[in-house]
Design a protein around this ligand. Sequence first.
Ligand code: SF4
Length: 618
Amino acid sequence: MISLSDYPILSRKHRNLVGISSSVPIEVLYAADKTVIDLNNIFITSPKNQEILKNSSDFAPATVCSWTRGVLASAILLKIPQCVVVTQGDCAHTIPMLDVLSANGVRTVAFEYPIDNDFDKLKNEINSFARIYGVNISEVEYFKEKFDEIRRVLKKIDELSYRDLKVGGFENHLYLISASDLNSDPDTFLNSASAFLKQASSRNAFEISLRIGHVGIPPIFSDYYDFISSLGSEIVFNETQRQFSLIGGIGMSVYEAYHNYTYPYFFEKRLNDIKEAIKERRLDCIIHYVQSFCFHQIEDRMLRSGLGDFPVLTLEGDYPAPLNENDKLKIESFVSYVEKKKHGKNVKHIAGCRLNKALVGIDLGSRSVKIACVENGCRKFQIYETMDFILKYLSGPDKAEAAGRFEKDLREDLGIKSVTIDYFSTGYGRYRAKIFSALPFSEIECHAVEAAEATGLKDFTLLDVGGQDIKTIEVFDGAIKGFSMNDKCAAGSGRYIENMARILKVDMDEISRYYENPEPLSITCATFGETEVIGKLIAGVDIKKIIAGINYTVYARVEPMLERHRSKSNTLVVTSGITNNKAFIKLLEANSGFSRVLVPENAQYSGAFGACLKGVSG
Ligand code: SF4
């Protein structure tokens, strides 16, 4: 388990250690000769953060956000003697957090930012905070001036991000977030930030495609910034990290600086700061990071309506871990969509593809692998179960042999005659298809491009219900105008229907028969839905009504997503395996309000054919 010996600087200063739950006027604590440690930074940078979370169940249930559990457990397990907890202006969990810390022997001090941003109330709060620590305000102001020297360096690092493009999004994040406690050692932090500034100033400017803003609390993903950089774009604005660094309050008194700080107050103050950043930093789009189980999620609607048409992607994280495939797909599709708006095309071009070749698209989904081939104007296809495909072609040690075997089988199964085959991939496992030298494309683009090709339409809403996700896409004038994906769980997706069919011991043909008179079901979770369905069976409900209820439940899950992207032409195109479920299509026709509901031919292979089209067109 974690201990202070993992943190040599802290163990030396253990006696004077004060943990903070969020940014507070650290000048007061340093003036009182304390060593400040931001518990969020300790938790997220610990190589044992998974272990910390596992051990947090003694202090908070798993339905509380990971940051709260991580902060609580870090403070208690590290035996931090005292903590300052921000009980107003930070987090809805902090009042019970005070109780839990006290019950575990941690001395606590509450700090409150006045939600209405009233200057006098804040001044009183800072004065009483200083009194608790036995320091006067001129001592506090001395440290404010001293730390402004560090903040001036950080401001220059921030400017190197958005003005000069010499500092990457992660570096910007790291230096600004570290200012919340000055890495527990202000002098050493000043030296390291100054050395970094000198080194970064001498770099050449990066060439980037998009200037992205990160809004919301810092992301919990470990590879978030690297993934965005790998797409050729960069985060040039880290909203809350910049606020935590207090670089906006350089030269101000301690009262003015924390009054100017936006994070603890009404959302409007944050929104104005974000709008200024959009202009000053010439942002192309924003990623709004929200944490699972966090009340800040409510602010997403306010952000979107406050920014009007400005492109915003909402990304939700839960545990400290790398981005999952679903998250990557969302980011990739969003970046690609904004790139098209900005540059008129994607920056990532593909090598030209001669049409005397066969084109093969591989849609590597969570439940099935759909393969489409276009050769001499003919379309052919085949399907595998994902596990069979992985075991047959993707799990052996000799990748070249597996790729050769795959091509041989493909030629035989689909009768491919062309000497050369160009491979393209999409779906959840599109990067695994690299062993066939397949060029990957996002599912959003592949489904949209194929739906437009198959229907000849330029203005429609697209619905794709996959094995474990649901996507709705609005296409306007032939281009993607917006899209939504369900949360990361498989609720309401193909897996839910398959699981329910297994419980009922019926096949998919039977499922696709019933839609009238549905039994009300409340759970779309692919796992917990079982309990509800078994309960209905035990209660003697007619199985046809239960099946209709299952189909209706999926419909009810997609309905608000469709509404969000209703096309001007009021036409809905449905792709993917769900199109085999006639009952579901009937429900869409009867209830969705679309004047036309179209299912293209071979709609299950839309993604795979779309990958071929993307490959040809770039
Ligand atoms: S993510 Fe939200 S709920 Fe969790 S600690 Fe932060 S503010 Fe609180």
